[in-house]
Design a protein around this ligand. Structure first.
Ligand code: NAD
Ligand code: IPM
Ligand code: MN
Length: 353
């Protein structure tokens, strides 16, 4: 009997359904090749959830998210729901919280032809190989008190020692398996939450003597990321800083459309989603770059299902597409492929490997 994996699939809004559909085709192709079955169970989530259930994260969806082998997400949000009482993005945060996914891993490599697409000089971008580990379940996104009225607004950045420790341990362990360099990003010259963050990183560092630790303030880090990105291996930071720095890092490789992510908790199910959003400006035109979503799919095969060969194959064939400049318009203006044409060429490569 073939192994069968239950995936709760949330295509979402904007380009979400387009890139998820393309990714399913690719994942099913490798599944057939390696003899396993992927069962995608689709649910309306985000703006689509508001339209269907009056709730971006309805109870039925929550139940499916908490009871599956992995959760696969496109993207949520769009102008249609910008003034909704509960926005699609609130559903996304509630979903991450319900899964207790605290470590959001966003890996980026700038190799081969991708270098040509980087807005940076070749010698700066070529060979970048870094991972951002973003704390995903606390900080400004979830802090209380919080309020908004006509004349004033309040957000709170809160972190407990336990919340910091678990993601920092995760990042140190990842650094141990890579080039043994960890950079912690904070704003400890100003923020109380960052002072606690740095104190915990310094204490935990003693348990990982083989890892070289550095600390940067987030403003300086925004600059280091584009002036000397090759110096970084694993970067760990709090939720809001990680959100901002990961969009910045993504374009080292030319486009936000290439940055995948996986989000981990202590016991699964894990969550996989591209780092970018629903791109309302290009939705419905069949031109979205599906690479970030497909690479998130490869991460799902590897980290949730241990189907490593299948994951390797997707990554290798996407790398070939990059080498050959067979890419969507965000990366190839002169001779672009549509989302579907990219997917068809990739499938051909997978089937004739
Ligand atoms: P965005 O990431 O959707 O788009 C930013 C820019 O990058 C746009 O010009 C877009 O066309 C381009 N882009 C993004 N992904 C692309 C892809 N795969 N291929 C080609 N181009 C791509 O960010 P935004 O415009 O600030 O936000 C739009 C909506 O998405 C908002 O409602 C926002 O809240 C939401 N959002 C959702 C997620 C998520 O679901 N995880 C993440 C980020 C933003
Ligand atoms: C991301 C997105 C989300 C975030 C938004 C849509 C809530 O920007 O996944 O990076 O800020 O976490
Ligand atoms: Mn973001």
């Amino acid at each position: 009997m073939s192994k069968k994996y239950q995936i709760t699939c949330l295509p979402g809004d904007g380009i979400g359904p387009e890139i998820v559909e393309a990714t399913k085709v690719v994942l099913n192709a490798v599944a057939a090749k390696f003899g396993f079955i992927l069962q995608f169970n689709d649910y309306a989530f985000g703006g689509a959830g508001i339209d269907k259930y009056g709730n971006p994260y309805a109870d039925e969806v929550r139940n499916a998210v908490l009871n599956c082998d992995a959760v696969f997400l496109g993207s949520v949000g769009g102008p249609k729901w910008d003034n909704a009482e509960v926005r699609p993005e609130a559903g996304l945060l509630a979903m991450r919280k319900s899964l207790d996914v605290f470590a959001n891993v966003r890996p980026l490599q700038v190799v081969g032809a991708l270098t040509a697409h980087s807005p940076l000089k070749k010698e700066i971008a070529e060979g970048v190989d870094l991972v951002i580990v973003r704390e995903l379940s606390s900080g400004a996104y979830f802090g209380t008190p919080r309020h908004l009225n006509e004349t004033d607004a309040l957000d709170s950045i809160t972190y407990t020692q336990e919340e910091i420790d678990r993601v920092v341990h995760y990042a140190f362990q990842m650094a141990e398996k890579r080039r043994k360099k960890l950079c912690s990003v904070d704003k400890a010259n100003v923020l109380a939450s960052s002072k606690l963050w740095r104190k915990r990183v310094l204490a935990i560092a003693e348990k990982y003597p083989s890892v070289e630790i550095s600390h940067e303030y987030v403003d300086a880090m925004a600059m280091h990321l584009i002036t000397r990105p090759k110096d970084f291996d694993v970067i760990v930071t709090e939720n809001l800083f990680g959100d901002i720095l990961s969009d910045e890092a993504s374009v080292l490789g030319g486009s936000l459309g290439v940055l995948p992510s996986a989000s981990f908790n202590s016991k699964g199910p894990f969550l996989y989603e591209p780092a970018h959003g629903s791109a309302p400006d290009i939705a419905g035109r069949g031109i979205a770059n599906p690479i970030a979503t497909m690479l998130s799919g490869a991460m799902m095969l590897r980290y949730s299902f241990s189907e490593n060969e299948a994951a390797d194959l997707i990554e290798a064939k996407i790398a070939e597409m990059m080498q050959e400049n067979r890419l969507t318009v965000d990366l190839n203006r002169e001779n672009p492929l549509t989302t579907n044409a990219f997917t068809a060429e990739l499938i051909k490569k997978i089937e004739t490997r």
